[in-house]
Design a protein. Sequence first.
Length: 217
Amino acid sequence: MGQKINPTGFRIGNFLGWKSRWYSDDKNYKDYLLEDIKIRKALMNRLRLAGITLVEIERLPKSMVIILTVSRPGVVIGRGGTGLEDIKRFILEIISEVRREKVKDLKIDLQVKEVKDPELSAHLVAVRVASELERRLPHRRVLAKAMDRVMQAQALGVKIILAGRINGAEISRTEKYHRGSVPNQTLREVIDYSQVPALLKRGYVGVKVYIHKKPEE
């Protein structure tokens, strides 16, 4: 696995499951795919404060199961479950927009899972690094603290790559930082991966995070 291979996509089908699990004929496939993309993007933006890391979608003939993996479930559920009802209405609006008709008879089942250890989630680490870079904090200090927290959470290794106009440089460059072991060739190792953009005043800086975790027993 070279640096151009997405570690998650490389393992899907053999060691990792799909984020969207459903079957459709050629007629409805493109609509369902567009719905999944819009739902996932909208929920990742809407629930950012809840520490969302993953949106899984399962489809049945007259219902849809959406599994949200977040670090703060209380923010999603809300007082008395009102947050879940708001999200269901929000999802129905997105589906109605894609299908260009009012959708009422579709049942949506929302399930909320909690992230066991936020410091071992590559997406949460990448989001935190990007937000701190956008606040103009020194990038080496930001990455050192992020890697310290990951290693203290019993990770086997962590690698963070920055690419772009780092510190507002005229010419973009790539910088790599790592601690511990992050094997690139072994499929059976558990590698959590995420990439998040840091939108700085002087240009775009991409943040890639690889976390080598212990296998779950």
